[in-house]
Design a protein. Structure first.
Lengths: 241, 210
C-alpha cells in the first residue's frame, strides 16, 4: 500500500510559549481515503494530541472545514487521491482558533444570526390548527437553494475582506439575508433590511474576489446571491428617506 | 455605541461610496478606451490625429472633459482606495492569504491595488506634462514618446490591466453577467486596446520629435 505524507499546523493557545509549527506525519493510504479518515488514522496510530473537528463525515454538518493545500475544503469530502504530494493542513482563518486544526465557527455564526436577525419577522398570530399559507414552488426552491448552506465557514476563510475586517459578514451572512428577502412570510421593511446589511459590514464590503464562490463545498451560487443583495440594497437605500 | 459614532452616523454613506466607486470606475474605463482610440488615429496619419485634436479643442470638449476626468479620477482614488489596507499586519495577512489560496481573482485584485497606486502617480505626471505642453499635436506627442517611450509603455500596460480587470470586477459584483464569459470579453477588449496603444507608440517613435 502506498503511503502519504501530511504536514499539519500545530498550536495550542493554552501553551502560547510553544510557537506555531508544522508537524509531519506519514501514514498508509488505502484507496478512497478522505482527509477525515486520514486525520483519524493519525490520531489513533501516531498522535493522540492532534486536535480537529468532525461530526457527520458526510458534508452535512460543516464541522470539518479546514485549509487543505491552501484551499478551504471539507475534510470529509476531500479525497487524498485528488491531491498531489504532501498534504498541508491548516485551520480556517478568521474563526477563533481552539487548537491545531480545530476552530470555533459556532460563535461566529451565532453572531451572524443575531446580527442579521435570522428568523421570520411576522406580526401574524400563530394558529397551530390553521393550515399553513401556501408558497409557490419557485419561491420555495429559491429559499431552499440559500438554505443549503451548512455554515462550514469556507467562504469566510477564503475571503480577503473577512480576513482583515472582523465585522464583515461575508458570503454566508449575505446569503442568509437573501434567504429572508425572498421569503414572502418575512414582513421586514426596506429600512430594516438596509439597516442590517446595507453597509461595508454587509453587501458593500464585498470586493468581488469571488473566493467564496470558488470554494463553497456546497456549490451555492454565491456570486448571484451577493450581487442580488447588493442590487437590492442599492434600490432600498435610494428609495428610503 | 460611542458618542462620536452616534453623532456622525450616516447609514447611507457606504452605499454612496460604493456607487461612486462603480460610476467613476466605469467612466474612467470608458474614458481610457476612448482616449486610446483617439490616440491610435495616428495609425491613420498625422493629419487625422491633428484634426481630431483640434476639433476637440474647437468644440471645447477638451476644456470640459479634462477637468471632469481629473475630478472623476480623484473621486475614484478616494472611493476605491478606501478598501486598501495600510496597516502592516493587514498587508501581511493579504499577501499570505493570496499566496496560500492561489485564487486567480485574489491575485488579480492584489495587482489591481498595486497598479492603482502606480497609475495615481504616473497618470498625474502624464496629465501635467500634456497640459503644460498644450495643444496636443502629432509632433509634440511624437517628441514626448521619443524621449519617454518607456514611461508611456509602462503607463499603458498598468492602465489597461487596471481598467480591464476593474470593469470585470464591477460586473461580477453587480451580477449583470456570468463570470466566465465576462472574463473573456474584458480580456479581449484589453488586448485590442493594448495592441492599438503599442502600435500608436511605435508610429510616434518612427515620426520622431520636432
Amino acid at each position: 500500500m502506498s503511503t502519504r505524507k501530511f504536514s499539519i499546523f500545530r498550536y495550542n493557545p493554552i501553551t502560547p510559549e510553544v510557537k506555531p509549527f508544522m508537524q509531519e506525519y506519514t501514514i498508509e493510504e488505502p484507496p478512497g481515503m478522505t482527509i477525515f479518515v486520514a486525520l483519524n488514522k493519525i490520531r489513533e496510530e501516531l498522535d493522540p494530541t492532534l486536535m480537529f473537528d468532525f461530526v457527520c463525515r458526510a458534508a452535512i454538518c460543516g464541522s470539518c472545514a479546514m485549509i487543505i493545500n491552501g484551499k478551504p475544503r471539507l475534510a470529509c469530502k476531500t479525497l487524498t487521491s485528488d491531491l498531489k504530494g504532501t498534504v498541508t493542513l491548516m485551520p480556517l482563518p478568521v474563526f477563533k482558533l481552539i487548537g491545531d486544526l480545530s476552530v470555533d465557527t459556532g460563535t461566529w455564526f451565532r453572531h451572524l444570526s443575531v446580527k442579521t436577525k435570522s428568523w421570520i419577522h411576522s406580526s401574524k398570530e400563530f394558529d397551530p390548527n390553521a393550515p399553513e399559507d401556501r408558497m409557490d414552488n419557485e419561491t420555495a426552491l429559491e429559499i431552499y437553494e440559500a438554505e443549503r448552506c451548512i455554515e462550514c465557514g469556507c467562504c469566510i476563510a477564503g475571503c480577503v475582506t473577512a480576513n482583515i475586517r472582523e465585522d464583515f459578514l461575508g458570503a454566508a451572512g449575505i446569503n442568509r439575508v437573501a434567504r429572508f428577502m425572498v421569503d414572502p412570510r418575512d414582513e421586514r421593511s426596506k429600512e430594516e433590511y438596509f439597516d442590517v446589511i446595507g453597509s461595508d459590514e454587509g453587501a458593500f464590503g464585498c470586493m468581488g474576489l469571488m473566493a467564496c464562490d470558488d470554494n463553497c463545498p456546497m456549490q451555492l451560487p454565491l456570486q448571484l446571491q451577493l450581487s442580488f443583495v447588493r442590487r437590492k440594497m442599492v434600490s432600498f437605500g435610494l428609495s428610503i428617506k | 455605541m460611542l458618542v462620536q459614532k452616534i453623532l456622525t452616523r450616516n447609514p447611507k454613506a457606504e452605499l454612496y461610496y460604493d456607487l461612486v466607486e462603480l460610476f467613476t470606475g466605469i467612466t474612467l474605463v470608458g474614458f481610457l478606451w476612448t482616449h486610446m482610440l483617439f490616440v491610435s488615429t495616428i495609425l491613420l496619419g498625422s493629419d487625422l490625429f491633428n484634426t481630431l485634436s483640434k476639433s476637440l479643442d474647437d468644440y471645447y470638449l477638451s476644456y470640459v472633459g479634462i477637468p471632469f476626468i481629473v475630478l472623476v479620477f480623484i473621486m475614484h482614488i478616494l472611493s476605491a482606495g478606501r478598501r486598501l489596507p495600510t496597516r502592516y499586519q493587514e498587508q501581511k495577512i493579504i499577501w499570505r492569504h493570496a499566496k496560500m489560496l492561489q485564487g486567480t481573482d485574489t491575485w488579480v485584485w492584489v495587482f489591481q491595488a498595486i497598479t492603482g497606486a502606480a497609475i495615481f502617480a504616473l497618470a498625474s505626471i502624464h496629465m501635467f506634462v500634456v497640459l503644460t505642453g498644450w495643444p496636443i499635436t502629432a509632433t509634440t506627442s511624437a517628441g514626448r514618446v521619443e524621449a519617454f517611450w518607456w514611461f508611456y509603455l509602462v503607463l499603458l500596460l498598468l492602465g489597461e490591466y487596471h481598467a480591464g480587470f476593474g470593469i470585470y470586477r464591477q460586473f461580477v459584483k453587480w451580477g449583470w453577467f456570468p463570470r466566465k464569459p465576462l472574463g473573456y470579453v474584458s480580456k479581449l477588449i484589453t488586448v485590442i486596446i493594448l495592441t492599438l496603444g503599442v502600435a500608436a507608440l511605435w508610429v510616434f517613435l518612427q515620426l520622431g520629435g520636432a
